[in-house]
Design a protein. Structure first.
Ligand SMILES: Cc1ncc(COP(=O)(O)O)c(C=O)c1O
Ligand SMILES: Cc1ncc(COP(=O)(O)O)c(C=O)c1O
Lengths: 425, 465, 425, 465
C-alpha cells in the first residue's frame, strides 16, 4: 500500500493535544512568579500540537516503512538477530519490575535485585567465568569496561602497559574502545585461515602489551581453534585475554570461554539472549571476568546472602568505578533471563545447534554461486566475497540492494574489512 | 521448542544436504577438550505461563504498593497507553540498527523527529539520535569538549548528579585528565565565587546540572559568560528535561546533554533509558553517537539516512569520536511519541502541575515545626528538606505508611546529614502529600518530646542551622 | 515493501509447535482408555505445526495487507469509523474485567455489573429513552430484538399485526431483521428530498402495520425533520416507531430520539461509541426503549439498589426471552463507557459538531466535481452520485478503486440503493 | 479534546469555507424544539489516567483472586501473550469489514484460515467466518435447517446449554415453530429411547450438544443415524471445542456449530466471543453469515474475497439467509492465532492436560464420603457432582477458601438439586483441587454430624438417590 507521511510537525495546529491531564488536586501556582523572569520560559517554539489519533496514525504509518524480525528474515552476520519472544516484553512491563525506582530501599526491591542476581548466575554458568557486572549498556561499553579492568589490574600490579592487540578482522568498536580506555590499539594481521597468526602474535606480544582483544568465533564465523595456545602466549607475557562475546550464539551450551583461557569478556544480551534490537538499542553488554579481575568490577555488585536476601555492595575499593548510573539496562536483564528460562539447558544447546546448522546450510547452498572468503566450515555465520560478481561490476552493496527489492533484508555488507567485498551471512 | 522454526525433519534434511552425519560434526572445529561435556546448570525449560508466574512472583517483592517521592535522576511520570502500543509494533521493536536506510525509514524518520524535539527543548542546533543514558551522555559531552578544545582539565559542579560524576571519573581517570569539583552555595546553586577561581585557561569544560541534584535551577547565562571568558565549553546536564517546558532553555551552553527517561520511558530500576546530547551546528563533527539526516532520493522524495558516519567507529576505528554503537533507539522513540502526544501545551501544563504539587508539598512540610527547606534558589519538581530528627528514622516512619519519602542525601553528601531529596511529580496525589506531612508532624512532635524528656535520640531535633 | 505470505498450513512441519504447556501436576491419564474407542480421536488431520516465531511473522505480514483507522482515513458513510482509543483496549483487558466468568456469583462480580449499569445509564441519557438492554451483539441483532419487543407489545394487547414499514433507503439488515422477527417488510418510497413521504406513509400506515423502522439521520445523511409528524401518524394507527441508531454520531448531545417520538431504537457501540471494528466485529447493538416497551426487554436486566449493589433480574414474565447467551458483548460496553467518560458532556457535543462540520466540508469541497444525490445540508455524511462521471463510463466502483491506488480507503460504494451510483462519504 | 484532530482554527476555517457563521447553523435541519437545550448528564471528561483509575477500581470488585471451577459454556484457558500483541496491531484492530478486498487481504486470509481450521476440527467441509457466539450460532443452525428441509419442527436435547435453548426459543416463538425437548438418561447423555419417539417426518432438525451441558459426550454416530432416517438435519453444538482435539469429531452431523471462546478469547463476563458454524458443501447456499473464498487475481496471484454474498442482506434484503452483518472477526482472528500457536500437538496435549486434571478432580471428590458423580458417560473437562448436603452451603464454604466451586444446576434443572457442574481446565492447579477436596471433606463430615445430632440442616445429607 502506498503511504506518504510527512513530519509530525507538519500536522501541528495550535490548540490540539494528544494527552490531557487529570484535574490538579492542589492549588494552581504561577510559574512565572515562582521561577521569576530570569528562569521562566513561556513557550517551546516549534513544538508539535497534534491529537492522539494523529500520533497513532503517524507512527503506525512510519512503522510500515521498517523491516523487522517480525516481518522477515535478518541474515546478518555478526549481529545475531533472533526471535524476540513477546512474553519477555510482557514480564519486563510488569508493575513492580517496570516501576521500581533504582533508589528504592533494598528491602522493598528484592524482586528486581533477585532478577539481576539470577540473570547474573545464569550468564556466569553459560560463560564459565567467575563473576559478572550487568552495568554496561551495550557491547561497546562492555568492551570499555573490560579494558578498564585490565588497566586497573595491571596498575594494581604496578605495571604500566600501553598497547592492546586487536586482530584486523575485529569489529570497529574494539579499537575505538581501546582508545577511550587510554590504550593504543595494535593491529594484528590474520593468517590465511582468517585466524590469529601465532607468529604475528609472538612478535607483537611484548611486555608493553596489556592484552589481546579477540572475537571467538571470529567475525568470519570461524572458531579460533588455537585459542588455548593464544591465551598461553598472552598470559606468558603477563597480558590478559579479552573476548568479544558478540558471537556467543555459536557456543552457548557447547563451549565456555572461561575454559579456554579468556580472562574477561562481554556478552550482548541484544544478540545472544534475544532482547530486541529496537532499531538500534537498547542493548546490554554484561562483562564477565575471572577471579583475578573480580576486585576491579564496576561498583556496585549484587550479593545474595544465605537467606536469599540481595544487597548492593558499594564497598569495592579496587573497583574501576561506575560506567553508567544505577545498575545498567535492568529491563534487558529481565528479558534475557526470561529467554534462558524458556529454553533451559537442552533448549539452549538446541539453539546453538540450529544456528550452526543454519549457517552451514546457507554456506552449502551458496558456495557454488559466491566465493567463500575462507574455506572453512562455519560456526554461526559465514562470509562470502563478491570477487566473482565484481568482475562484472556487481559489488556486495549492489547485491544487497537487489535483495531488498525482493523483500529481504540483506546480509552484513562490507564487514569484516579484511574480506574484499564482504557478504557476511 | 516453541521459538525454533526448524522441525526435526528439517534438521535431518539440512544435515543431509550439507553432507554431515550428525549434529556433533558441526562442532568439529572446536577442540574436543574445550567442549562442555555436561548440560548447563540453568533452570528451565519453562512454559510461557511458568515464565509469567516466575516474574509475577518477583514483581510482588517490590515497592509497587508504595507512594514514592524518589527522583534524583529518575522520574515517575504517567505514561500514556499509546506509547507501548506503538513500541510493541514488530517493525519498531524487532528492527535492526538502520544501516539499510531503505528498510528503516520508519526508525530513521522517528529518530530525526526525536533530534528535532531535543533541539527545540534545549535551544541547541543539532542533537544526536540517543546515547546510553544521562550519565554516559554527560561523559561523552566531556570527551567531546576535550576534543574540541584540545584541553585536558574538567571542572564539575558538585551539584551534578553524583553518579554522573562517578561515570565521568571512571572514564577520565585513565586519560590522565584533571578534574576539579566546585561546591554549592547556600542557595543550593553552584558557588559562583568558587567557580570563578576554578576556571582557568586550561579548562576544557565546565559541567553543571540544571535543575541540579538538589532541584535548584542554575543561573546558566551568568555561568556561560564566565565559561566563555576562559575559552572552555559549558556543558549543561538536564536529567529532568520536563523542566524545560517551564524553565528557560540553556541556549547559552555549548553542549546540553541529559536523560530523556522522563518522557514516557519506564523507571525500570534504572534502565533502559535514553541519553541525549545536543550542541551547536559548528561542533557537530566532534559529536559522539549516531545522527540522522534528511535527504532526497533520486525521485526528489524526502528520505532519511544516518549521516556523518565517518566520525563513527566502523570507519574511524580507533580514531572514532566515540565507541558507542548500539544505543537506545527504542527509548528515544518512546520519548518522541510521548512528546508528540503531550505537545506544546500538554507538556507545559504537565510541568505546571509538577511545579504546583512540588510547591504544595514543600509548603506542607515547611509548615511542620522543625522542618526546614535549606536552599533558597527556585526549584522545579525536586527540593531538599532538613528533617526534624533522624532522616533515617523518619523514612522508616513513612515506610510504615507505605510512603518512600525520598533520598537520604548523606549517601552522596556526608555534610548533609538528615537531609532528604524529594521529588513530587503529577502522579503523587494531594492526599498522599497530606499524609506525608502528617507523618512529619507526628515525627517532629515525637522528636521534640524526646528532647524535652531528655531521652536518647538518634538525631537531635534542636541541632538546627 | 514486497511481502508474499502463503497460508499458515504451508509452513507446517511435523513436530513444531508455537506453545508449550506447564508441567502437568496431576498423574497423566490415557485419553484412549477414558474415552474409549468410540469417542477417542487420535489426530486433527491437516492441522498446522509451526513455531511461535512463524505465527508472529505470518500474522504480522498479513496485517500489513490491511487498511485500518490507524493507517488512514475511512470516509465511509453509514459505518461511522472513528478513532479507537487505545486506553479502551487497556481497560477492557484488565484482570477482573477480562477474566470474570459470567456465572460468577453476583457479590463477586460487582465490578463488571457496575460497568454494565453505568454504561446503560449513560446510553439512556444520550438517547433520551427510558430503559436499555446491552444484550444484542451487533446492530442487526439490536434491530431484531427491537422488532421482537414490538411484536410482544402488540401481542400483549391482543393485536396481531403483520407488517413493518421500511423506507427504501434503509440498510439491508432492516428488512432482513423484519423477516426473522416473523413480520413482512413493506417498502416505503422516499420523497424527492430523500426523506419519508408523508403521503406514502398515510397510505401505508394501516391497522395491520406493527410499526415503522426509520433511520435518522437517514442513510442519505439527512435529518428527517418531520419526524414528529411521522411518529404521530404511526402512533395514531397504533403502530410503534423503531429507529435504527446507526447514525447517532450526528445527534449525540444535540438531539435525543426519546424526545421525538421514537419508541425503540438500537445503538451501534462499534460506530458511535468508538469500539473497534476489528475487521468485521465484535460489535454491540444495545436496544433502548420507552416505558411502554420495558416489560418486554430481554432478560436478565441489571438493577442497582440504593446502596449501589447490582443484581441481575431474571424475573421478567413479559420478556421476549434471551437473544444471546449471558449479557451481550460486555467488553464492548467497557470500551463504550471509557469513550463516554473520556469526552464528558461538552466533549461528546464537540464530537457531533466536528462530525457534522467535516461532512459539510467534504460536501462543499466535492460538490463542484460530483453531483449531489439530494441537495440538502449534510448531517454527519453526504451522498453523491456518479451520474456525471458515468457519462464517460466511469462508475462509483471505479472511482473507489482509484482512491485505493492513491492509498485511501474509498467511501461506501453503491449504498443507499435509491441513489444510482451512490458514493456515500 | 485529545482524540479530535480538528483544532479551533481548523474549525473556523472550515466553517468559513462552507459559508456558515456558527457551528449552530450546522444543525439547522433539526427542528428547534427537538434540540437538547442542556448538557448531557454523563460523567467526564476524564484524563486517560482517570479512566484507568475508574476501571481499575471496578476491576477490584471481581473474582480475580479466586480459583474458579466454572465452565458451562465459557472456559478459562491460558492465553498466550502473542495473541494480544497481534490483535493490537492497528491494521487488524481498527480495520473495517473487508468489503474492499484490496484493502483487507490480511483479515480475509486470516478468516479463510479460521474457516479451514474449523472444518478440520469439526470434520465438516465448509465453515463461515464467525457468528456472534455459540448460542446464536446454534439458533442460526436451526433456522438454516428449516430453510434446507422446509420443515417447521425442531427437537432439542435438554442437555443443550440452557441459555442456547432460550435463544432458540426467542427466535422460534415468533415464527410459529414447534419445539420439543428430549430429556437425558442416567448416563447424562440424551435419552435415546425418548429421542426415537420425538423425531418424526416433520422434524427439521435435532440439536444436541457434545460434550453436553453436563460434560457428557454424546453418541453422535448413533444419533446421526436416527436423525437421518427421518430426513431431519443433525445439528451438533460444541461450546467447548478444545474437546475436539481428543474427542471424535461429529463428522456425521449436518451442521456443527459452537463457540470458539476457548481458543484464546477472554472470558470477559460473557463476551465478546466468536460463534462458528460448519456444514457440508452442498448446504453452503443456505449458510448464514460471511464466507471468505480463495480466488486468483488478474496476474494469477492468490487472493481472498467475501464470497456467496448474494445470500446476504445487502443484496437479498428481506430474503437474506440471516440478518447478521457485523460479526466477531477479531475474536475469530484470536482463535486462529491461538490454534496456529498450539498446533496439532499442542492442542492435543492441552486437551490431555484438561482430561487428566478433570479426572483427578473427579476422583478426589468422589473419594469424599457422601459425594457422588451421578452420570456415567465419559466426559472431557466438565462433570456433575452431587454434593453431600446443600450445594449452596458448600459453595459458600468454598468461597471462604477463595474457590468458586462451580455452577448450581438447580438454576436450570430444578430436578438436580444439590448438583454442581464443575469444569477443570489446565489453569486449575492440583493444589487447588486438593484444597477443594479438603473443603468437601470437612463439609461432608459436618453435614453427617448434623444428621447424627439431629440438628437443623439446610439440606439433609441422608437424602441420597
Ligand atoms: C563483533 C562485535 N563486537 C562488538 C559489537 C558492538 O556491540 P554494541 O553494538 O552492543 O555496542 C558488535 C555489534 O554491533 C559486534 O558485532
Ligand atoms: C444504517 C445501518 N443499519 C444497520 C447496520 C447493521 O449493524 P451491524 O453491522 O452492527 O449489525 C448498519 C451497519 O452495518 C448500518 O449502517
Amino acid at each position: 500500500m502506498t503511504r506518504n507521511e510527512g513530519l509530525i510537525f507538519e500536522r501541528s495546529s495550535p490548540g490540539k493535544t494528544g494527552a490531557e491531564l487529570s484535574a490538579l488536586d492542589v492549588p494552581p501556582v504561577s510559574a512565572k512568579e515562582i521561577l521569576g523572569e530570569e528562569f521562566y520560559r513561556s513557550e517551546i517554539q516549534g513544538f508539535p500540537e497534534v491529537s492522539e489519533l494523529e500520533v497513532v496514525r503517524h507512527f503506525t504509518r512510519l512503522s510500515t516503512w521498517n523491516y523487522g524480525i517480525d516481518t522477515g528474515l535478518y541474515p546478518l552476520g555478526s549481529c545475531t538477530m533472533k526471535y524476540n519472544p513477546r512474553v519477555n516484553e510482557a514480564v519486563a512491563a510488569l508493575e513492580g519490575l517496570a516501576t521500581d525506582h533504582p533508589y528504592t530501599p533494598e528491602s522493598l526491591a528484592q524482586g528486581c535485585l533477585k532478577v539481576l542476581a539470577q540473570a547474573a548466575r545464569c550468564l556466569i554458568e553459560i560463560t564459565g567465568m567467575d563473576s559478572i557486572s550487568l552495568q554496561p549498556a551495550a557491547g561497546a561499553q562492555g568492551e570499555l569496561t573490560g579494558l578498564l579492568m585490565m588497566r586497573a589490574y595491571h596498575k594494581d600490579r604496578n605495571e604500566h602497559r600501553r598497547y592492546i592487540l586487536v586482530p584486523d578482522s575485529a569489529h570497529g568498536t574494539n579499537p575505538a574502545s581501546v582508545t577511550i580506555a587510554g590504550y593504543e590499539a595494535r593491529n594484528l594481521k590474520s593468517n590465511d585461515r582468517g585466524c590469529v597468526d601465532l607468529e604475528e602474535l609472538n612478535r607483537a606480544m611484548t611486555g608493553e602489551v596489556a592484552g589481546l582483544m579477540l572475537t571467538n568465533p571470529n567475525t568470519l564465523g570461524i572458531f579460533e581453534d588455537q585459542i588455548q595456545e593464544i591465551a598461553r602466549k598472552v598470559h606468558a607475557k603477563g597480558g590478559l585475554v579479552y573476548m568479544d562475546g558478540a558471537n556467543m550464539n555459536a557456543l552457548v551450551g557447547v563451549a565456555r570461554p572461561g575454559e579456554f583461557g579468556v580472562d574477561v569478556m562481554h556478552l550482548n544480551l541484544h544478540k545472544t539472549f534475544s532482547t530486541p534490537h529496537g532499531g538500534g538499542g537498547p542493548g546490554s553488554g554484561p562483562v564477565a571476568v575471572k577471579k583475578i579481575l573480580e576486585p576491579f568490577l564496576p561498583a556496585p555488585i549484587i550479593e545474595e546472602d544465605a537467606e536469599g536476601f540481595c544487597r548492593l555492595n558499594y564497598d569495592r575499593p579496587k573497583s574501576i568505578g561506575r560506567v553508567r548510573a544505577f545498575y545498567g539496562n535492568f529491563g534487558m536483564a529481565v528479558r534475557a533471563l526470561a529467554y534462558i528460562l524458556a529454553y533451559g539447558p537442552q533448549g539452549l544447546h538446541q539453539v546453538t545447534e540450529d544456528a550452526v546448522l543454519n549457517a552451514n546450510y546457507v554456506l552449502a547452498k551458496l558456495r557454488s554461486a559466491y566465493e567463500l572468503a575462507y574455506d572453512a566450515p562455519a560456526m554461526h555465520e559465514c562470509v562470502f566475497s563478491d570477487r566473482r560478481q565484481a568482475q562484472r561490476g556487481v559489488r556486495t552493496g549492489d547485491i544487497a540492494k537487489r535483495l531488498i527489492d525482493y523483500g529481504f533484508h540483506p546480509y552484513t555488507v562490507s564487514f569484516p574489512l579484511i574480506v574484499p567485498g564482504a557478504m557476511m551471512i | 521448542m516453541r521459538y525454533l522454526p526448524n522441525s526435526p525433519s528439517d534438521r535431518a534434511q539440512m544435515l543431509n544436504e550439507i553432507g554431515l552425519k550428525s549434529i556433533e560434526e558441526l562442532f568439529n572445529q572446536i577442540p574436543e577438550e574445550l567442549r562442555l561435556k555436561r548440560p548447563l546448570q540453568v533452570p528451565g525449560p519453562f512454559s510461557e505461563q511458568e515464565i509469567l508466574e516466575f516474574f509475577r512472583e518477583a514483581a510482588k517483592e517490590s515497592s509497587r504498593e508504595y507512594v514514592s517521592l524518589l527522583g534524583a535522576g529518575v522520574y515517575q511520570h504517567y505514561r500514556p497507553v499509546v506509547i507501548d502500543v506503538l513500541l510493541s509494533r514488530g517493525e519498531f521493536l524487532t528492527a535492526y540498527t538502520p544501516y539499510q536506510a531503505e528498510l528503516a525509514q520508519g526508525t530513521l524518520q522517528a529518530l530525526f523527529e526525536f533530534q528535532t524535539l531535543i533541539t527545540q527543548l534545549t535551544g541547541m542546533e543539532v542533537a544526536n539520535a540517543s546515547l546510553y543514558d544521562g550519565s554516559t551522555a554527560t561523559n561523552e559531552a566531556v570527551l567531546m569538549a576535550m576534543r574540541v578544545t584540545r584541553r585536558e582539565r574538567v571542572v564539575l559542579a558538585r551539584t551534578l548528579h553524583p553518579e554522573y560524576r562517578e561515570v565521568v571519573r571512571t572514564y577520565l581517570q585513565n586519560l590522565g585528565v584533571k578534574q576539579v569539583e566546585v561546591p554549592y552555595a547556600t542557595s543550593g546553586q553552584i558557588d559562583l565565587a568558587q567557580l570563578e577561581s576554578a576556571l582557568d585557561l586550561e579548562t576544557a569544560a565546565l559541567v553543571i546540572q540544571s535543575p541540579n541534584f538538589f532541584g535548584s535551577i542554575e543561573r546558566v547565562s551568568e555561568i556561560a559568560a564566565m565559561t566563555r571568558k576562559c575559552g572552555a565549553l559549558l556543558i549543561v546536564a538536564v536529567p529532568e528535561p520536563l523542566s524545560l517546558a517551564l524553565v528557560k532553555e540553556p541556549s547559552e551552553a555549548d553542549i546540553v546533554c541529559g536523560e530523556a527517561q522522563s518522557f514516557g520511558v519506564p523507571v525500570a530500576f534504572g534502565g533502559p533509558f535514553a541519553g541525549f546530547l545536543a550542541t551547536r551546528e559548528k561542533l557537530v563533527r566532534q559529536m559522539p553517537g549516531r545522527l540522522v539526516g534528511q535527504t532526497v532520493d533520486s525521485q526528489g522524495r524526502r528520505g532519511f539516512v544516518l549521516t556523518l558516519v565517518t566520525r563513527e567507529q566502523f570507519i574511524r576505528r580507533e580514531k572514532a569520536t566515540s565507541n558507542i554503537c548500539t544505543s537506545q533507539s527504542l527509548c528515544a522513540l518512546a520519548a518522541t511519541i510521548y512528546l508528540c502526544l503531550l505537545g506544546k501545551q500538554g507538556l507545559k501544563r504537565l510541568a505546571e502541575h509538577n511545579l504546583a504539587k512540588t510547591h504544595y508539598a514543600a509548603e506542607a512540610l515547611a509548615s511542620v515545626a522543625g522542618v526546614e527547606i535549606p536552599f533558597t534558589a527556585p526549584y522545579f519538581n525536586e527540593f531538599v528538606v532538613k528533617t526534624p530528627g533522624s532522616a533515617g528514622a523518619l523514612l522508616e516512619a513513612l515506610r510504615e505508611e507505605k510512603i518512600i519519602g525520598g533520598l537520604e542525601l548523606k549517601r552522596f553528601y556526608p555534610e548533609l546529614k538528615n537531609h532528604l531529596l524529594l521529588c513530587v511529580t503529577e502522579v503523587v496525589r494531594k492526599a498522599d502529600i497530606d499524609r506525608m506531612a502528617e507523618v512529619y508532624r507526628r515525627f517532629a512532635a515525637h522528636s521534640r518530646m524526646q528532647v524535652t524528656e531528655g531521652e536518647f535520640q538518634v538525631a537531635p531535633a534542636g541541632q538546627k542551622n
